[in-house]
Design a protein around this ligand. Structure first.
Ligand code: SAH
Length: 367
């Protein structure tokens, strides 16, 4: 497992030509005031960013031309170039964005009837080192800024048809969201805000490897985000093999923090469990997991592993997965199996960036 560098914040946040999405509503209003503009201009700007899908300042038609020029002089609207855009057979779409410092970040759009879910990243790479995951293979490079987190939503939103709307967000892309909570929280505020994307907290899921102190910090805010905890094993010995960061944490303290989250927010916690053939998919593991979660208001989401080049592990066979899930439900545990989306475009987190880093193939969008 690689250690994060001392500071992994992106230095470009405080320089000129700032990314407009780094600004809160209040900061946008303050900028308008300084520019001698009425307060409602801030609302208009945010409308164009988060509702009206503007792709340039010039497209913000109901702003005076002078103001549009001034915005373009002071800010950037986007922080990245789209270097790959892939569309899967099931209409899942994936973007690889190249940030201003050359780092790559991935985000995914998934469609189901009546539902459009985005999966977004919070860090370049990941420090957690889960053995089956592509994102962590090369360690963490840096945190994404608030604007860079929102940028993924802006970019994907602009791929939607006029009558399509984002309905759900899962923070399950690259990185450990709770290791970058300070930049993630303002982004989540904009996703929820009435003058932002207007999504209810219940439509937003934050997935964590299980960092108890940060889980409690999020719980203390009381906002009912969905929390998903990547458990992947029913005992510490096995979990530490699969999720090395567990060595200094332990399942008990994670479950206690998850219970606290439920108490403070009223949201039932989801436990994610990637089934790895011959590693964590025995009936004895299912029984141990059922014991662990018994009496808790919990839900288990079993995830078929997406194969990752350079990783020797494989997903469990359908037979073994079926037996595992059957054992859990026979013990009274709520369990669902995650649907696979976008399998033909390497949609599992970190796969595309890894591919770019190990086999560069130019900048041409692939679709
Ligand atoms: N760091 C956070 C969020 C990012 S990963 C976390 O650990 O939860 C989001 C989910 O995808 C996690 O449950 C993670 O374990 C899972 N995941 C990562 N790589 C995967 C793969 N190759 N196949 C299936 N699930 C994977």
């Amino acid at each position: 497992m690689s250690q994060p560098p001392e500071t992994i914040d992106h230095p470009a946040t405080r320089t000129a030509g700032r990314l407009i999405t780094e600004l809160s509503r209040e900061e946008t209003a303050a900028w308008c005031a300084a520019a001698g503009q009425p307060a409602y201009r801030a609302d208009q700007i945010r409308q164009w960013l988060y509702r009206r899908r503007a792709s340039s300042f010039d497209a913000m038609r109901d702003l005076p031309a002078k103001l549009r020029e001034r915005l373009a002089g002071d800010f950037r609207l986007f922080a990245s170039d789209v270097v790959r855009h892939q569309v899967a057979q099931d209409r899942t779409e994936k973007l690889l964005l190249r940030l201003s410092d050359g780092e790559d970040v991935e985000c995914v759009l998934m469609r189901e009837p009546g539902r459009v879910t985005l999966c977004i990243s919070t860090q370049v790479g990941c420090a957690m080192g889960c053995v089956f995951c592509a994102s962590g293979l090369l360690g963490v490079k840096r945190n994404l800024t608030t604007g860079e987190i929102l940028e993924q939503v802006l970019r994907l939103d602009r791929l939607l048809a006029d009558d399509e709307r984002i309905t759900n967000i899962v923070v399950m892309g690259m990185g450990e969201p709770l290791a970058n909570l300070q930049n993630l929280l303002p982004a989540l505020e904009t996703l929820r805000a009435d003058d932002g994307f207007g999504l209810g907290a219940r439509r937003i899921t934050v997935s964590t490897v299980g960092l108890p102190a940060k889980m409690r910090e999020l719980a203390a805010r009381g906002t009912p985000y969905n929390l998903a905890v990547s458990l992947h094993a029913p005992n510490d010995e096995l979990r530490t093999q699969i999720v090395p960061v567990n060595a200094g944490i332990g399942i008990d303290s994670i479950l206690a923090a998850a219970d606290d989250y439920f108490e403070r927010t009223g949201r039932r916690v989801t436990y994610e469990y990637v089934l790895l053939q011959g590693v964590n998919d025995e009936t004895s593991h299912a029984l141990q997991l059922a014991d662990l979660l018994w009496g808790r208001n919990a839900h288990v989401n079993v995830i078929p592993m997406n194969s990752v080049a350079a990783v020797e592990l494989h997903g469990s066979s359908n037979d073994r997965a079926g037996r595992f899930v059957g054992t859990l439900s026979s013990r009274g545990i709520n369990v669902t199996v995650r649907k696979r989306k976008g399998a033909d475009i390497d949609a599992a987190c970190g796969q595309l960036r890894l591919h770019e880093l190990t086999a560069p193939h130019g900048n041409a969008p692939s679709s």
